[in-house]
Write a protein that binds this ligand. Structure first.
Ligand code: 2P0
Length: 327
């Protein structure tokens, strides 16, 4: 049978991927750094069959929309090209994330699909190859192939062969706490793909981003090697703020924060003023992730839950890379 099932976990960027130099190949303008999380993941089964004349995509137990199926099928065609096998598949994908939380992730989705799809086709790909394949579904997916602390090196080549992720530290090398703060859901204004494109093309602040992101990355990597949490926290928070600053200079301008986002940022600063080391990061949406050390995770979680605009707070730790499940 040409079938396989794989699981991939979401990741949170400490140094952000923000901007593409090639939209077709998903080549980034800058390198990035992330932690793979242990709580949120996607499990995907892929079953190829000569009986099919098109891909069928089932998402969370329901037939996906045509728009979602077209996106997935485009990625499946990459696998067909790479394997030389012109076969269609049933793709059955389930996200394990809090219901309607806006935490569903293209990173875990495309990482799991790359792993299950290549295995079902008998391609026997190593992690580096998988990372390059997953990248072409969604950039951040190339990091979710690996567990723990992961760098996506942007590469320099035009064909993308040197743009892939690798592990910097294993999950057990440094246990940190990542609190995923769920705010009252509001529709997303600008999708990240559109947001980064608009920023690269129009924001005068984007040059400042590019000027400093590599220094931030090197600082974060030193902090990881030294297990220096304060150094890591300062650079990750500053890097997130800089990413969001570029959106304010775009034309038309946009911002991902809501007043609830600011409430969480304020609480994190207040915690720091009381001597508890906690730092925030924010992706292309209003939700906030707060990093702290395990000894402080309980008090930080309680303080965050006390904020009126906060619906829930999920505690995560560094998690594993791709895993394959029995059929
Ligand atoms: C990141 N983000 O490094 C950054 C920070 C959002 C902000 O990766 O267009 O879904 O599919 O490559 O990977 C979200 O962007 O974008 C993202 P595509 P992706 O995590």
């Amino acid at each position: 049978m040409m079938e396989a099932t794989a699981r991939a976990y979401t990741n949170i960027a400490l140094i952000k991927y923000w901007g593409k130099r090639d939209e077709q190949l998903f080549l980034p303008m800058n390198s990035s750094l992330s932690i793979t999380l242990d709580q949120f993941y996607t499990t995907t089964s892929v079953q190829f069959c000569t009986c099919l004349s098109a891909d069928i995509f089932i998402l969370n137990g329901q037939l996906a929309s045509e728009q979602e199926t077209v996106k997935i099928s485009r990625f499946m065609s990459l696998l067909r090209d790479l394997s030389g096998k012109k076969l269609y598949a049933v793709i059955d994908s389930t996200n394990k994330v809090p219901t309607a939380a806006g935490f569903a992730s293209s990173a875990s989705g495309y990482a799991a699909l790359a792993a299950a799809g290549t295995k079902a086709l008998g391609m026997d790909s190593d992690d580096q190859t998988l990372s390059k394949i997953a990248r072409q579904g969604s950039g951040s997916a190339c990091r979710s192939i690996y567990g723990g602390y992961v760098e996506w090196q942007k590469g320099d080549k035009e064909d993308g062969t040197d743009s892939y992720a690798h592990q910097i530290l294993e999950a057990q090398d440094w246990n940190l706490s990542i609190l995923s703060v769920l705010l009252v859901p509001e529709p997303k204004e600008v999708l990240s793909r559109e947001g980064m494109k608009r920023t690269v093309e129009t924001s005068p602040f984007y040059a400042g981003w590019l000027d400093t992101v590599e220094v931030d990355l090197n600082t974060a990597k030193s902090a990881l090697q030294q297990r220096d949490f304060e150094m890591l926290g300062n650079v990750l928070e500053g890097n997130a703020l800089k990413m969001h600053a570029t959106t304010l200079g775009a034309n038309p301008p946009f911002m991902y924060w809501t007043s609830a986002t600011l409430d969480v940022m304020q609480q994190v600063k207040e915690l720091r003023a009381t001597g508890i080391q906690a730092y925030f990061t924010i992706d292309a949406g209003p939700n906030v992730k707060v990093l702290c050390q395990p000894k402080d995770e309980q008090i930080v979680q309680e303080k965050l839950k006390d904020i009126p605009a906060v619906q829930d707070v999920y505690l995560c730790h560094p998690g594993p890379g791709i895993t394959y499940l029995p059929q």
